[in-house]
Every structure is written in C-alpha cells, then in structure tokens.
Design a protein around this ligand. Sequence first.
Ligand code: AMP
Ligand code: ZN
Length: 117
Amino acid sequence: MDAAQDCIFCKIAAKRTQASIVYEDDLFVAIEDASPQAPVHILVIPKKHISEIKDITSGDEELIKKWFWVAVQVASERGLDKAGYRTVVNNGAGGGQTVGHIHIHLLSGRKFSWPPG
Ligand code: AMP
Ligand code: ZN
C-alpha cells in the first residue's frame, strides 16, 4: 500500500480525517496539534507525503523554502512575533518523531528551556 494512503497527515490534507485547520493553501495545511505542548501548538504540514527530512530531495527545494515561510507567516498572523516562538522538526524515532510525515511544530505562549528535553 502507498505510504500516503495510511498516513494521518495525508488523510488530514485530503480531508479524509477531521482536524482543526488554521491555514491552508495548495501546498500546505497547518493544524492545531491534538496534544498541545504549549498554549499555541500548530503543525505546519506539506501536503506532499515526505516521511522524514532525510527524504527531502533536490526537487523539493522550493517546497521546503515555502514550508518554513508558511510557518513564519502563521506565527506572524497569530501575533507571536513579539513574544517569540519555537519551531521544531523532529527526525526519526531517535529524534522524537512519532508521525512519519514531515511537519514543523510551531510552539508559543510559554517559556521554553534549553537544552530541549
Ligand atoms: P512528532 O512526534 O514530532 O512526529 O509530532 C507529531 C505530532 O502530531 C504530535 O505532537 C501529536 O500530538 C500530533 N498529532 C498526531 N495525530 C494528530 C492528529 N490527528 N491531529 C492533530 N495532531 C496530531
Ligand atoms: Zn503523509
């Protein structure tokens, strides 16, 4: 079976599964995280199925640029610039990734520590 058929974020992008969508265009969807780790916790998801950032290819270069740009725009529209925010991309099981479709976590509304847990 095509990996995308069984992927929760592909299903959300295709409206085959419900999610709280806060931004959408032809290439991306941004949703509220179902298990928020901060007062603001948004996931910015390319509609194209890419499992991990190690799977990004040179043909994805424009998409990846826009991906980060969308995260910055969503943060700005949410009024997060002044307070600041954290962006996180977990990679592979060892990096804490639990959903195998790349996404930027956009987190804000509380103090973040460093080093991360
Ligand atoms: P990661 O662990 O970096 O792969 O992040 C996956 C994130 O997706 C977690 O923060 C989950 O809470 C979130 N998540 C998983 N399933 C859903 C869903 N159906 N709707 C919204 N967020 C989800
Ligand atoms: Zn997917």
